[in-house]
Structure formats: C-alpha cells, structure tokens
Design a protein. Structure first.
Ligand SMILES: *Cc1c(COP(=O)(O)O)cnc(C)c1O
Ligand SMILES: [Zn+2]
Length: 401
C-alpha cells in the first residue's frame, strides 16, 4: 500500500502519513495488485473478506464482530410508484452498533492495534462515537471522546454503555474557533502519546475510512454488477467518497466496466456541498447549519472537497431536501417497505423522491439507496413519530375480534 495526495498527486511510499507532506492535502490509499488477485477471500467474514483491497493488518490484530455483509433489500412498493426499473435499499442498520460506521471502526481499531497505539481519541456527532466505543472496548483500547453539548441522547447513551471517556465541550459545534481548538488539541495529544485519531473522514484518517469501500464491493457482488445510480446521505462526505473509491478500484482492476452515478443528499439546512456543486465551486460553501437531522449537521464537511472532485469529474451530482421530506421518507420506509431507519439514513430515499419529480423515464435504471443507520438511534424522533398514536386498552370481554 502507498498513498496518493488528492490535490497535488504526490505519492507517499515509505512511511505512514495521514496528510500530504507537500501540501497537507487529503491522502488516498492505493494498492499494488494484479488482475489475478481475487476480490474476496471466501473463508473470511465481514470487511476482512476484502483484505487485499484494505490497508494491511496482520490477522492477529483484526477486530471483527459481524460488521458488513449487510442485506440489499429490494423495494416492494416505492420503486414501482416512482417507475424505477429496480430499486434496492442497502440496509446498514444491521451492523453491530446500528450504522455503517462499524466498518470504519473495525478497520480503524485493527489498524491502530497493529500500529501499537495505546488509545484512540476523537470527536463525533453520534454514530461514529458509538461504533468506535464498541470496537475500542473489544480491542482493549481506551477511547477519549469529545462531543457537542447537545448530542442526540440515544447515541450518547450508546457511547456511555461501552465506557468511553466522554467530555462535552461548550460551544463545540456552534463556535468555529472552539471547534478549531478542539481539533488542534486532539492532534497534539495523539502525536505526543501515540494515540490513534478516530475521526471518520479521509481528511483525518484515510486508513480507517477504507472500511467504507466494502459497501461498494458488497453491492457489486450482490447485484452481480454496477448499479446505475446510488443515493447516499452526506454529512462530512466520507461515506460518499468511500463508496466512489470502491467502485473506482473495481473499474481500475477491470473487474467492472463502468461507474455508478453517485447522488449526494443533504438536508436543505446544511447543504454546503449541494450549493457548491450547483455553483461550480471546488470547495463546500460556508454557512451555518440549521437542519435538525442528527448526523448530517456538518457545517464544514472535512471530505467535501473530495466529494466535489468526484462530481466535477462527472461522477455524480447533489440534491438537497427539507427536513420534513426526510421524516416523510423515514415514515414511508417503515410503513411500506418494513424498514425502520434513522432520519439521516432516510435522507437518501428523500433525495431519490425529490429527484424523481423531474419526470425522467427511470424504467431501465437500477438504483440503490444507502440506508445508513437503524431507527433506534434517534429516540426523540421515535417518540415524535409515535406520541399521537393511541393504543386502546381493553377488558378481555371487549376484545374486538
Ligand atoms: C455518519 C453518518 C452519515 C454521514 O456520513 P458522512 O461520511 O459524514 O458523510 C449518514 N448517515 C448515518 C447514519 C451516519 O451515521
Ligand atoms: Zn499534496
């Protein structure tokens, strides 16, 4: 494995860097492989099936607890209504801690163990913290986590269950200067103490993020080919980039002969990448976040530049949706498809519904929506969804059957 800078193209072959030595740009791992290298190893499970396409970690350091190999669920209702040839949901809520972040945590903690790190440290909007806390517990590594003052309750509880050392930081997430300081202190501490920085973006940890690519490999194997379109929610941008990178490597190795069109979906209230895409800007546009969708409130998306690189090369596009449309999509998935996901995860489906208003014929398309996390992640939304539904309580003599 070596790494390539996404800005200046400089290759780093010797030691392990987390940012470009020349321009501080984002590094993307690359691999020496031959066409004869099989994509997956049948006797291995989860992300490790694809270890030849992942940063090298000796077997004894790999952390595994059932992440990956998530179901690709065919739509029974929405696809037909929208006139789509084939519509599927890649349901990531089935991962051990309930979101696709487990793929990153499995890769990152394994990498950290192999590198002899003694702890890991990071920030989170919720799901990454839950995933890293669980995998750090399993890897026997302390986890120091700094979070926003108002983190989604169920996600904070999940972090606490796994006994991560959590600190809330006042004004973190609202005051950009505070954010900057927190990141600086985290990096200083990590270098000084030989800790791994577990922040889920290629910008901060390109090795851990390679775990996301396994979504692309699984889709390719499950569909026996490349879908025409993939809709994905976008917060920091790492999920989008990882999926793109996976398909790009399949194509580069001549396993596939095409790329999917990747649609990034953001809530209107935090649509910095959508606005940049429409304006032709290479970097996300500044602006505060006003969306209430937990997980997608990322005013400065760390991998935003990479996402926009993909789009400006013709590999994808971007669409924004109102929070209310995301909630409707979440309800629709639960009622008509049987899939209960968190609002951030339903954003992909809301984006698809929004795009389909253009009336284009989609009968020959094969579309996948990434449904990135389970519904139990957002307890406030869960009670909002159900509080007006009354459940009658009957005497046995009154049974209405
Ligand atoms: C983190 C997360 C996202 C956004 O992923 P990014 O890599 O930050 O763009 C979407 N959905 C869920 C459930 C998440 O946990
Ligand atoms: Zn560079």
């Amino acid at each position: 494995m070596y790494t390539v800078c996404c800005d200046c193209g400089l290759e780093h072959h010797e030691s392990v860097d987390y940012a470009c030595r020349s321009c501080s740009g984002i590094l993307l791992p690359a691999y020496e492989k031959t066409a004869a290298t099989p994509l997956h190893e049948t006797e291995l499970n989860g992300i490790w099936k694809y270890h030849r396409y992942l940063p090298p970690v000796p077997k004894e350091y790999r952390v595994y607890m059932g992440e990956g190999t998530t179901p690709l669920i065919p739509s029974v209702s929405l696809g037909a209504k929208l006139g789509i040839g084939e519509l599927y949901f890649k349901y990531e809520g089935g991962n051990p801690t309930g979101s696709y972040k487990d793929r990153i945590a499995a890769m990152g903690l394994s990498w950290a163990r192999a590198a002899g790190r003694t702890a890991c440290i990071g920030t989170t909007s919720g799901n990454a913290g839950a995933a890293v806390a669980a995998y750090a517990g399993r890897a026997g590594m302390p986890y120091h986590l700094y979070v926003l003052e108002h983190m989604a309750e169920a996600k904070l509880a999940q972090v606490l269950v796994h006994k991560a050392q959590v600190r809330k930081v006042k004004e973190f997430g609202t005051n950009p200067e505070v954010g900057e300081l927190v990141f600086q202190r985290i990096f200083q501490a990590a270098v000084k103490r030989n800790w791994e920085v577990m922040i889920t973006a290629y910008r901060y940890n390109p090795y851990a993020m390679e775990g996301v690519k396994t979504i692309a490999f699984e889709l390719f194997e499950q569909l026996k080919g490349v879908p025409s379109h993939i809709y994905t929610p976008v917060g920091g941008g790492g999920l989008y980039c990882g999926i793109w990178k996976g398909f790009d490597e399949l194509q580069a190795d001549a396993r596939s002969d095409g790329m999917p069109h990747l649609v990034a979906v953001q809530p209107e209230g935090c649509s910095n990448i959508v606005k940049a895409y429409k304006a032709g800007s290479p970097v996300p546009l500044d602006g505060p976040s006003s969306t209430s969708i937990s997980g997608l409130q990322v005013p400065n998306p760390p991998d935003g530049k990479l996402v926009l690189q993909v789009m400006h090369k013709g590999g994808g596009s971007a669409v924004s949706v109102e929070d209310s449309m995301i909630w409707e999509a979440q309800e629709l998935l639960a009622e008509q498809e049987g899939i209960f996901c968190e609002p951030a995860a339903a954003a992909s489906v809301a984006g698809l519904i929004q795009t389909c208003r253009d009336g284009i014929d989609r009968s020959a398309m094969r579309i996948v929506c990434i449904v990135s996390g389970t519904g139990f992640k957002d307890s406030r939304r869960l009670s909002d969804m159900t509080q007006n539904l009354t459940v009658p309580c009957l005497e046995v003599s009154e049974l209405d059957i």
